[in-house]
Design a protein around this ligand. Structure first.
Ligand code: GLA
Ligand code: ZN
Length: 675
């Protein structure tokens, strides 16, 4: 629980007063109070200021900042500053500088730039975390620890290569086992000495677009680098934990490709993440990403650590959030389980690359701006919500599996198509549930499947040990399982399970796949329904990949409508134990999946939360016998919702008005109905 010292939805964000003078900070404090800001994330990038050389540590300036914030009643999320190393350290200790994918030794510059196996980085970052903990553990302002910043990026230096070999020794025990697991007989890549193994990079096995000649080594390098950065995080985590009980986090990045966040989350007290949708990001993608962040720790509420109040600087086209959108998207995060609403940044910097990044306090420097007004209004609302929503949970009967190992394997694959993107496929299924207002959890493979009635595993290409058995048990017990083309193909080192795809899933699904056709971008096939199912009848288009499957017991609901495999099954359902398992052999048009999932959910008794018009999102959080229905109107125009009788007497937490029957939500408006 992060809320002991501040039991409300935290409101604030990244604050970098080390970039300006004390007088300006006083002005900031005045404005924070106006805007109801109660948490500042400080010390995110101040390593060089704290530690100007080997032995000197200067904290007095930071003491002042924390003390002034405390005096004004503003709490602090204290970062450790290890997201960017000082220039002197880079000059003196070259081991801290990374080697990039093309083998270039980096010079000093940028951030998130330290080699995870640099002895210098490990020693100094741990020491800094320990010193910060010692100094500030009892500071009255302290409410959370924020380690480094947005961990990411891989290193290919000699220290990493050496550590990779040690990691492999532990994983495989012997070179024989490794050669076997990696299938090194291919292209004569057999290793006889451990030091023949080099990191898979642009200088060795990997080529354009992240593809690899040897998926097994590339996969292991991803696992290894993800763990290596995690080890760095954990060094700091332990250094702090030894001294302080205050919750510790690091800010994640949603569906960021390089780190296995399910593993990371085990070592975080609370998940936090930075949400930066663009003007054209579908709101369902943002919703899905929030759900994924909530799913990392089994549904525990998360922190929205960063979002922009108005615009980013690093996208190609940094549009402003339209009036009302910052508020709407803030509540969207809360609707999906966020217990904080925080920004990057509280005041705009005036130099370097983030000066055109939005901030609560703009370059104008005063409170008479659109952005400041909108922030102030939201801040006041969050005060009025008190602790009502804090730690409430979303209860979902449907879940979508997300797995980083599987994603890596899919995207490293050479063939069958470059167009297959794992996250897009996951979103396709998420969106079909979302459009039906079916609340969904995004879960990892270790989650308890029996919490759910329906589990969808889009492109479950890799079957790691125990996973098929878990799915088997879930379906036998009565669960509904859905998977798609290009599933069940390889094991955890990307070696094919022979005897017919989808390998170990074959008995559960009652089909086998013989071939996989990849379609050109403008090509499609058809899904022809053999008889109506729910609202589905006639035919629908499909594209991307077409598995050529045979039923071996599954009921065939639809067949391909063209090409030489016309008449072969494309959608099947297999009764298995008490449950059923579906195979969707191609990539259907959205209308098909929306209809299919509507009917599957109806049959399973999984109810939509409410009927709403297009663009009106709905979720439900609950606690202590109360439920809170969020209605979010993403349209610029007013929308009409019919509240069923179960909502009689429900009150909108934001206006205090009671709601019933026909209800109008203003454009970009939000209701939180308590009942
Ligand atoms: C990230 C970082 C911040 C800042 C923002 C800008 O989320 O954590 O330091 O650079 O991006 O959008
Ligand atoms: Zn390295």
């Amino acid at each position: 629980m992060i809320h002991e010292k501040l039991p409300k939805i935290w409101f604030g964000g990244d604050y970098n007063p080390e970039q300006w003078d004390e007088a300006k900070m006083e002005e900031d404090l005045r404005m924070f109070k106006l805007a109801n800001i109660d948490v500042a994330t400080v010390n995110v990038f101040s390593w060089a200021r704290i530690q100007p050389d080997e032995d000197t540590y200067r904290f007095e300036w930071l003491d002042k900042i924390l003390d002034r914030l405390a005096e004004e009643g503003i709490k602090v999320c204290l970062a450790t500053s290890t997201g960017a190393h000082p220039a002197w350290m880079a000059k003196r200790y070259p081991d801290i500088r990374r080697v990039d994918h093309n083998g270039l030794k980096r010079q000093f510059g940028g951030r998130h730039n330290s080699c995870p196996h640099s002895p210098t980085y490990r020693m100094y970052s741990e020491r800094l975390a320990a010193k910060l903990a010692e100094r500030y553990k009892d500071h009255p302002a302290l409410v959370a620890w924020h380690i480094a910043n947005e961990y990411g990026g891989y290193c290919y230096c000699d220290n990493c290569a050496e550590a990779f070999r040690d990691w492999l020794k532990k994983r495989y025990g012997s070179l024989d086992a490794l050669n076997q697991a990696w299938y090194t007989a291919f292209w004569g890549h057999t290793f006889y000495e451990w030091d023949e193994i080099v990191p898979p990079s642009g200088m060795s096995e990997e080529w354009g677009g992240g593809r690899s000649n040897f998926q097994s080594i590339s996969l292991d390098y991803r696992r290894f680098q993800s763990e290596s950065l995690l080890d760095c995080y954990r060094l700091e985590y332990e250094a702090i934990k030894k001294q302080s009980d205050v919750p510790i986090t690091t800010n994640l990045m949603g569906t960021y490709p390089e780190l296995d966040y399910f593993t990371w989350a085990k070592h975080m007290d609370v998940v936090s993440w930075d949400s930066y949708p663009s003007l054209d990001t579908p709101v369902s993608v943002t919703a899905m990403t929030h759900d994924l962040m909530r799913g990392l720790k089994g549904g525990q509420p998360f922190m929205l650590m960063e979002q922009t109040p108005s615009q980013q600087n690093w996208q190609a086209y940094n549009s402003l959030k339209r009036p009302g959108v910052m508020r709407l998207w803030s509540y969207q995060a809360v609707a999906h389980g966020a217990d904080t609403v925080m920004f990057f940044q509280l005041r705009r910097s005036i130099g370097a690359c983030e000066k055109y990044h939005g901030a609560v306090i703009e370059h104008a420097g005063h409170e008479h701006t659109r952005v400041f007004r909108e922030c102030t209004e939201l801040g006041a609302e969050l005060v009025s919500l008190q602790d009502k929503l804090i730690d409430s949970r979303l209860n979902s009967k449907a879940a979508i599996l997300f797995d980083w190992d599987n994603r890596w394997a899919v995207e490293l694959s050479s063939g069958p198509t470059v167009a297959l993107k794992y996250v897009d496929q996951v979103h396709t299924y998420y969106k079909a549930l979302y459009d039906n207002n079916i609340q969904t959890d995004m879960i990892g493979l270790e989650e308890d499947f029996d919490r759910y009635e329906l589990i969808i595993a889009p492109v479950l290409y890799m079957i790691k040990p125990g996973v098929a058995e878990k799915i088997d048990a879930f379906v036998k017990r009565g669960g509904t399982f859905i998977t798609t083309f290009f599933s069940g193909i390889v094991n955890e080192t990307d070696i094919v399970t022979v005897g017919g795809y989808p390998g170990k899933l074959r008995p559960i699904l009652g089909i086998w796949a013989e071939e996989i056709d990849a379609l050109f971008p403008d090509a499609s096939n058809r899904i022809v329904m053999k008889k109506p199912y729910g609202s589905l009848s006639g035919d629908y288009s499909c594209n991307l990949l077409c598995d050529l499957i045979h039923s071996e017991g599954a009921e065939v609901l639809a067949e391909y409508g063209s090409d030489f495999y016309k008449g072969m099954p494309v959608v099947t359902r297999n009764q298995y134990g008490e449950g059923e398992a579906w195979y969707i052999a191609s990539n259907p048009e959205p209308a098909f999946l929306t209809g299919l999932l509507a009917e599957i959910c109806r049959e399973k008794g999984i109810q939509p939360l409410l009927e709403t018009p297009e663009g009106v999102e709905v979720t439900e959080r609950s606690k202590d016998g109360k439920s809170f229905t969020f209605l979010l109107n993403h349209n610029a125009e007013e929308a009409q919702v019919e509240l069923p009788a179960t909502y009689a007497g429900a009150t909108d937490l934001l206006t205090g008005r009671s709601m019933a029957g026909t209800t109008f939500i203003p454009g970009r408006g939000v209701f939180i109905l308590e009942k």
